[in-house]
Design a protein around this ligand. Structure first.
Ligand SMILES: Cc1ncc(COP(=O)(O)O)c(C=O)c1O
Length: 381
């Protein structure tokens, strides 16, 4: 099987991730932060070490500002619903994932206004339009670092500066870039950073993080046991406990920690370079095939390792089915949970076939995918 669906979940994982999860479950699978015995303390330490690794990756000062969640959706809900109140205004774009758009739309019910800034036909956000959308009550700018449909990257540092200048909070959805692109929360003025653990951070599913800048207090999404302040009937205010009720996913968090350790050891620039080279190679090959339409910037320097295409008028799901069944190639088709992006690109009816490259892909995988696409094109001629 050739796996080119890393934008959904990265696969395979580094060997040490499997080992870390296994070791945790077998050797210290106790409940962290609750009991005081040796195994519980070991589990608690392992969780804390993962917080520290996350801090190293994103240049975060205080590990307590890293909140563990169960995926990027969970992080985005906590950030968006936790920060916005009646009368606030939020700005986002027409390229976003439903995990960001739906919480924003849901808040209309309690009187939170939104502006969805239109993008070009290539799916590029217009910074001027974004600036024009700022109003007196704008509290938050919420954007994905890279589109999960086209891979298009946005200039987060530039937008972070705009937000800071206007005293607006800046939230980045790094679902497609965390672990692959350098993200420095201080340099980029990021107030809230939402990441899945199971994509570029190379951890297991059921993991995610939300970084919350010190000084920002979110409304928690749930109340419950935290192992701290047990005498009180009210949710503790200290972080991360305020946001992390219930037994944590220790094996998952530890596995994510092993993924981050792998990234730090390999070097994020080397990971990105490898993915960028394969993306550039695939884009160039695709450009030479008649009947293939590529969406987005078509420039590996301006997009993450996500490539969306269509072949003639063929239904995108039919192509992904053929790729899977006849060529043993795993990709994703359809709208990729991002209907607005497809409205921007004009692919709302057809969807797109998405190839998403990961660190463990090789040039041979791309060659096989290109050869399969050429065969499908020949069939329809
Ligand atoms: C840009 C973007 N945001 C959010 C998400 C949601 O991630 P998760 O499945 O971890 O909740 C995804 C998932 O593909 C995504 O690509």
């Amino acid at each position: 099987m050739i796996y080119l669906d890393n934008a959904a979940t990265s696969f395979p994982k580094p060997e040490r991730v499997y080992k870390a999860v296994d070791k945790c479950l077998r050797e210290y699978g106790a409940n962290p932060g609750r009991s005081g015995h040796k195994l519980a303390l070991k589990a608690g330490r392992a969780i804390y070490e993962t917080r520290e690794l996350i801090c190293k990756l994103f240049n975060i000062d205080n590990p307590m500002q890293v909140i563990f969640t169960s995926n990027a959706t969970d992080s985005l809900n906590l950030a968006i619903k936790g920060v916005l109140k009646e009368g606030d205004h939020v700005i986002t774009s027409g390229m976003e994932h439903n995990s960001l758009i739906r919480p924003i739309k849901a808040l209309e019910e309690i009187g939170v206004e939104n502006t969805i800034v239109k993008c070009s036909k290539e799916g590029i956000i217009k910074i001027d339009e974004l600036k024009k959308a700022i109003k007196k009550n704008t509290r938050l700018i919420a954007l994905a670092h890279a589109s999960n449909v086209t891979g298009n990257l946005i200039p987060i540092e530039e937008i972070g500066n705009i937000a800071k200048e206007k005293d607006i909070l800046f939230m980045v959805d790094a679902a497609q870039t965390a672990g692959i692109y350098n993200i420095d929360v201080k340099k980029m003025n990021i107030d809230l950073l939402a990441c899945p653990g199971h994509k570029g951070l190379m951890g297991p599913q059921g993991t995610g993080i939300l970084y919350v800048r010190e000084g920002i207090i979110l409304k928690q999404m749930k109340e419950g046991g935290t192992g701290s302040k047990s005498e009180s009937l009210l949710q503790p205010e200290i972080v991360p406990d305020r946001y992390e009720s219930g037994t944590p996913n220790t094996p998952g968090i530890v596995g994510m920690g092993a993924g981050v350790e792998f990234i730090l050891e390999k070097g994020i620039d080397n990971i990105r370079r490898h993915e960028e080279e394969l993306t550039e190679y695939m884009l160039n090959e695709l450009k030479s095939i008649k009947n293939v339409k590529i969406y987005g910037t078509k420039d590996a320097k301006k997009q993450a390792s996500v490539i969306s295409i269509n072949i003639g008028d063929l239904d995108s799901s039919e192509i992904s089915y053929i790729l899977d069944q006849a060529f043993d190639i795993a990709v994703r088709s359809g709208l990729h949970c991002a209907p607005l992006a497809h409205k921007s690109l004009g692919t709302f009816e057809q969807g797109t076939v998405r190839f998403s490259i990961g660190y463990f892909n090789k040039k041979e995988d791309i060659d096989k995918a290109i050869s399969a696409i050429k065969s499908i094109c020949e069939e329809i001629e």
